[in-house]
Design a protein around this ligand. Structure first.
Ligand code: HEM
Length: 485
């Protein structure tokens, strides 16, 4: 198998060095594309004392996922796991993102009922509609009087995502959408900043060069101290809200409660300890802010750049939703074109640019035997930009994702273009797939529908480029203009 050249001691990590290196940590997705161009659709490199195999072939991706077994293993977040072990008073488990094996399986089986069962997620529609409406009100009131613009709109999307997670997870309002909320020392703003910082510092601590800390058993230095500080602040503030919710719901024990927050539902389970429930809620806050905000921002960017697509999406909203301020479950089901707009944006600009699996058995990929225990990185950002899978791959074309007319409805993969089902997997695949995906999609669809109902959206800045900080984010602030319809 082709491989990245090795040098003594540093092995493949020389690629991260300034001047001679070919990899910028912040642009790892672009470096992955460069690796594909240099070595082809499969290659290996040394990662610490192990082998890591990059996979850019959709058939290979399928083979990997089909062999992941009952307990899929996705490595990473080691510094985070270490931090959580240092804070047992807050973290009853290291959490879904980080645990493996049977412990992961048990935790996941108990939690996914509440986050993935469509009926339960739909129950949150009324309150999510309310928050999306408040967000629209906020846009009306904060856009500039002279040219209707809002600078750095991603910051606004963080507020929307946080407020939504707070309400679903804890049935509590953080107040981040209030018209006059600009205070950087407010709880909401601190949570957002800490979540951003934790993901950024985590990507540094998990990287090849800084990961040398493993030799010492624990990280040291400024990045680690900042990581602890951000985690402590984040945990303590979220914990305060969790405690408030716990006290409030102590008396309400009925499972029939339609408005129960996820924390309440988890606390009612006899097989779940309160500290495990708390860990799940903390993970929802950590995993649910940057991901949905950036994904929404990328879609809004493409809609603003492609006025024809925006017009067509608006036509669909007019037909399905009309002027209704409340978007129902049935309406959401009918928003096929808007869903295609999101999917096409996730193809070009995924929030998670590569996924990972470590298998417990040997497999064969592109004719090469890959031993059990190898880190296998599936490079979706690269794969979904290949001509072989997507004709005219760099163009934004939501129509690719529309179902063929007369397609057999049971065959869900019958798209207008022949799309390989493993080429674009924004939420991952299999039993370990994103547990927040239904909430995230509901949140994005509500927001984008209401934006298109209310505004014509414009974007005039530089072309969007991403950087990577565990999840991808826009490199520069995105400035949109919102013209009232
Ligand atoms: C557009 C938004 C989002 C994207 C693109 C996204 C993407 C992903 C991906 C790719 C994974 C890895 C899946 C795999 O290994 O196959 C993942 C895992 C996860 N996500 Fe999301 N996510 C999003 C929103 C959310 C939200 C809103 C939450 C919380 C409510 C969340 C919570 C999690 C958790 C806890 C995991 C770990 C699941 C496990 O290992 O069992 N995510 N996400």
């Amino acid at each position: 198998m082709p491989g990245v050249p090795q040098i003594p001691i540093l092995k493949s990590a020389w690629t991260l060095l300034p001047f001679i290196g070919t990899t910028n940590l912040l642009r790892f997705h672009e470096a992955a594309f460069q690796r594909y161009k240099t070595y082809g659709k499969i290659l290996w490199e040394a990662f610490r004392d192990r082998r890591l195999v990059w996979v850019f072939d959709a058939n290979d991706a399928e083979v990997v996922f089909r062999h992941e077994g009952k307990y899929p293993m996705r490595e990473g977040f080691e510094a985070m796991a270490l931090y959580r072990k240092m804070r047992p008073q807050y973290y009853g488990s290291t959490g879904l993102l980080l645990v493996h094996g049977k412990e992961w399986y048990n935790f996941r089986s108990k939690t996914q009922t509440y986050l993935l069962r469509p009926k339960l997620v739909h129950q949150y529609l009324p309150i999510m509609n309310e928050i999306a409406n408040e967000m629209i009100e906020r846009i009306h009131s904060i856009r500039s009087r002279s040219d209707s613009s809002i600078d750095d709109f991603v910051k606004e999307l963080y507020r929307y995502a946080l407020e939504t997670i707070g309400l679903i997870a804890l049935d509590c309002r953080l107040g981040s959408l209030k018209k006059d909320e600009t205070d950087s020392s407010s709880d909401a703003q601190i949570i957002i900043k800490c979540a951003n910082d934790i993901l950024m510092l985590n990507s540094l601590l998990d990287s090849q060069i800084l990961a040398m800390w493993r030799l010492l058993g624990r990280p040291v230095g400024k990045i680690w101290s900042k990581f602890i500080e951000a985690n402590d602040q984040f945990t303590q503030i979220c914990f305060r809200y969790i405690e408030k919710t716990k006290n409030r719901v102590k008396e309400v024990k009925t499972e029939q409660n339609q408005d129960a927050s996820i924390l309440q539902l988890l606390l009612m389970r006899p097989d779940f300890t309160p500290s495990e429930a708390v860990t799940m809620i903390l993970d929802m806050f950590l995993a649910g802010i940057d991901t949905t905000s950036h994904s929404t921002a990328y879609t809004l960017y493409f809609l603003a750049k492609h006025k024809d697509v925006q017009a067509q999406a608006r036509e669909e909203i007019k037909r399905v939703v009309g002027k209704s301020p409340v978007i129902s479950e049935e309406m959401i089901a009918d928003l096929q074109y808007l869903k295609a707009c999101i999917k096409e944006s996730q193809r070009l600009n995924p929030v998670v640019f590569a996924n990972e699996r470590t298998l417990s058995e040997d497999i064969v990929l592109s004719g090469y035997r890959v031993p059990a225990g190898t880190m296998i990185v599936i490079g979706h950002y690269v794969m979904s930009r290949l001509e072989e899978y997507f004709p005219d791959p760099f163009s934004y074309k939501p129509e690719r994702w529309l179902r063929k007319v007369n397609s057999v409805s049971a065959n869900k993969r019958s798209y207008k273009e022949d799309i390989h089902p493993f080429a674009v997997l924004p939420f991952g695949f299999g039993p370990r797939m994103c547990i927040g995906r239904r909430i995230a999609m509901q949140e994005m669809l509500l927001f984008l529908s209401k934006i298109l109902q209310n505004f014509e959206v414009d974007y005039e800045g530089d072309e969007l480029r991403m950087i990577n900080r565990t999840v991808t984010c826009p490199e520069k602030p995105l400035r949109f203009k919102f013209f009232k319809l």
